[in-house]
Design a protein around this ligand. Structure first.
Ligand SMILES: [Zn+2]
Length: 431
């Protein structure tokens, strides 16, 4: 049994002063406003529940700060991303993902949803162990001390017209949807790993394959309407929007998370809400790639739960992702206060954990997994900040201590693996 005493802790949607937590076997067994007891571990600032990074492509971390020298758009950025994808091996992928997940832990992430499509050898043929790349991700998350939801993505074609995968894309594809399903069926969950599935997008998965993916029992994710060009291609091929196609093929359920949903229509939002599906907003990626401003407030008003993800990792700062929901909406609406700070914290924690299959995490309450993220109130960024509005001011650099399932992974800004900047530099140099 471990006792934690928090200067402030986020309980039931607000920061309370002086909260004592008891943790037994990785779960909270007591949450009370009380004085510290002898032997308690002290956590300063505001202690939030564990952050979920609900949408990640770990290897994209190697592109940060390297694609900004010229003009371009999502599609030209994708060519650079494919070049990295072409070079990775199971060993270099393990090192890169381990360092990237450690960076996430330092930013307060206790669970990551890895949207994984880098499955095979460079020429597209399977490795001897068909899930060796997934095994590398699993080891990486374990080393970094965070939970992993492996969202194994089906990726079968280059575009909606069914044109075959070419060049670096061949690594992403299984022979057909049945081969994909057979490979995914061999993945096993464990104490810190859950297995979910993904359809890469309506571009990359044939319409008739969607139902096979939708039959999966756990979380299912899909990139949805990130680009206006995707909507146009879908409309040309099928006479409907990507959301309408997913709905018609049974893909939209309460376990579904649509990633981005930047260019969805009012009708699409109604379909997502009716199905109980969620949306993962990736604000820093959407601004980095010039995708556009998603209709976050309209989604929220319709009852669609929102989560956040750092996606391509141009930034790994989940506090920034959460406030990006509000700030992007301000730019679109020319109005402030579209979301209450507590709603942003909810997207960052409980909603995000649910979106990747950890409904038993994301709240500081008895019975939940003991994830804790201590955020400083005494840094140059956060001095004077109202604890209730911390999410509007703090950054990843203000995260001082992180506990995952009762185990301390980050202490006073230091990850247990040591110098994560060096790990990242070495891993990126090797790609
Ligand atoms: Zn993505």
């Amino acid at each position: 049994v471990t006792g934690f005493w928090c200067e402030h802790a986020w309980v039931d949607g607000q920061a309370l002063a002086g909260v004592r937590l008891t943790v037994t076997e990785g779960a909270f067994t007591e949450v009370v406003q009380a004085a510290a007891e002898v032997g308690d571990e002290q956590l300063r600032g505001v202690v939030l529940p564990g952050f979920a990074n609900a949408h990640s492509h770990a290897f994209h971390r190697a592109l940060r700060g390297r694609t900004g020298s010229g003009a371009g758009d999502f599609w030209s950025w994708r060519e650079r991303m494919y070049a990295v994808a072409a070079r990775l091996t199971p060993d270099t992928y393990l090192a890169l993902a381990r360092a990237t997940y450690a960076e996430m832990a330092m930013a307060g992430v206790t669970a990551v949803g890895e949207f994984h499509y880098l499955h095979h050898q460079a020429d597209g043929s399977p490795y001897d162990e068909p899930n060796v790349m997934a095994a590398a991700l699993r080891q990486a998350a374990r080393d970094a001390g965070i939970r992993l939801t492996l969202l194994d993505a089906c990726y079968l074609q280059a575009s909606v017209d069914g044109s075959p995968l070419a060049g670096p894309q061949r690594r992403f594809g299984d022979r057909d949807v049945d081969a994909w399903a057979t490979r995914v069926a061999a993945l096993r969950p464990d104490a810190s790993t859950r297995v979910g599935v993904a359809a890469h997008s309506v571009r990359a998965v044939p319409r008739q394959a969607m139902r096979t993916i939708a039959a999966w029992d756990g979380p299912r994710h899909v990139h949805l309407s990130e680009q206006a060009a995707e909507n146009a291609a879908c409309r040309d091929a099928f006479g409907c929007s990507p959301t309408e196609l997913l709905q018609a093929e049974g893909f939209l359920t309460a376990r579904t998370t649509a990633v981005h949903a930047t260019h969805v229509t009012g009708r699409d939002i109604g379909l997502l809400a009716a199905a109980g599906s969620g949306v993962c907003a990736c604000a820093t990626t959407e601004r980095d790639l010039g995708d556009g401003l998603g209709p976050f407030h309209a989604l929220h008003e319709a009852g669609v739960p929102l989560s956040v993800g750092s996606d391509q990792h141009a930034v790994i700062d989940l506090l920034e992702e959460a406030r990006g929901i509000e700030l992007h909406d301000r730019l679109a609406a020319q109005q402030r206060g579209r979301f209450r700070p507590a709603e942003l914290v909810d997207a960052l924690t409980a909603r995000g954990q649910e979106a990747i299959g950890w409904g038993d995490a994301g709240r500081i309450q008895v019975g939940q997994r003991a994830d804790l993220v201590a955020v400083r109130l005494d840094s140059v960024r956060t001095a004077g900040v109202d604890p209730q509005q911390l999410v509007l001011a703090a950054t990843a650099a203000d995260v001082s201590d992180v506990v995952v399932d009762g185990v301390r992974v980050v202490s006073d800004g230091r990850h247990r693996l040591g110098d994560v900047g060096r790990l990242l530099a070495a891993a990126i140099a090797a790609t």
